[in-house]
Design a binder for this molecule. Structure first.
Ligand code: ARG
Length: 294
């Protein structure tokens, strides 16, 4: 059952061990050939593949310099979105299940074809696959992994967005699979079609987010759980400011988000800016290109 927010307190959630490594996927076949979200415009916004490869390499380098172990999955021809590793599975760990994944069921067929390559990788790394048959679910049972599902830092509490990709029907199955509570968040602006485009929990008390991407009711829930809120402007939210990741106390953020960076530095965080603009043409930023793994 999806837990209603009134009944779950953060203090009651079990503690969770944070993963310290990242899985990326090569970008050899990355392209924008259709329009799955408002950023994708194959006729106007063509991808410069050499620049994309350079940006991917710079991101990889930055992660390793920061001390993150990065695994790389080989790209597969005709899977132009496979580089966005945040979507194909949900990754978790707890005492009874050990390391596990829940395989996604993507809205778009081309993206569903990416999933077996990820499941295979996680099997090879001894993860439990909690739902081998999830992909046989009905068309209204969509779950897009960490595009829409973000763990509360250090806690067994999962935030899941719905409205554009993941559906409430699919999300309802998640708590039982992962044996942890889930709070759902309603997305109301198509530019912020995945939760990780507008919601970035930095630590257990601090959330960076773009409030207007969420319904009023969802905004009220968010305020109940995070003491410190870093509000991002529409301009910087559209520049993927919230699609950031954090390691120790360094926040890795798309370049050009100067107001957000100032706000973060005032709060004592270090920041590392990097440009993944070619991938933004596909509606994906830093968080979409990186999957935290154990
Ligand atoms: N073009 C991809 C899609 O629309 C982008 C995925 C971005 N991933 C993310 N985690 N937000 O599916």
């Amino acid at each position: 059952m999806v837990i209603s927010p009134e009944t779950i307190k953060l203090q009651d959630c079990k503690l969770r061990q944070e993963p310290k490594s990242i899985l990326m996927c090569g970008c050899d076949y990355f392209d924008v050939i259709d329009s799955k979200n408002p950023f994708m415009n194959p006729n106007i916004n063509k991808v410069d593949i050499n620049l994309a490869k350079h940006q991917w390499q710079e991101l990889y380098k930055l992660l390793t310099v920061l001390g993150i172990k990065v695994f790389v999955l080989d790209a597969v021809a005709n899977l132009e979105d496979m580089v966005f590793t945040a979507n194909q599975v949900l990754v978790g760990n707890n005492a009874s299940l050990g390391n596990y994944v829940v395989a996604a069921n993507m809205k778009y067929e081309s993206r569903n074809r990416e999933i077996p390559y990820f499941v295979q990788w996680f099997k090879a790394h001894n993860y439990k696959i909690l739902n081998e048959h999830y992909a046989n679910e009905s068309v209204d049972c969509i779950f897009e992994g960490h595009g829409d599902a973000l763990w509360h830092p250090n806690h067994e509490l999962l935030w899941v967005g719905f409205g554009y990709r993941s559906t409430k029907k699919a999300i309802a199955k998640v708590p039982e699979l992962i044996q942890a509570p889930v709070i759902t968040l309603e997305l109301v602006d198509a530019n912020f079609y995945h939760l990780d485009t507008c919601f970035f929990p930095i630590d257990e008390n601090t959330l960076m987010y773009y409030p207007e991407a969420f319904s009023k009711k969802t905004n009220d829930i968010i305020c109940q759980y995070f003491k410190n809120l870093v509000v991002v402007s529409r301009k910087e939210a559209l520049n993927f400011a919230c699609n950031s990741i954090v390691f120790n106390d360094t926040i890795i953020i798309q370049s050009g988000n100067n107001n957000t960076v100032d706000a973060l530095q005032k709060l004592g965080y270090k920041t590392a800016g990097i440009d993944v603009g070619e991938f933004m043409k596909s509606g994906g930023g830093i968080s979409c290109l990186t999957l935290w793994v154990y």
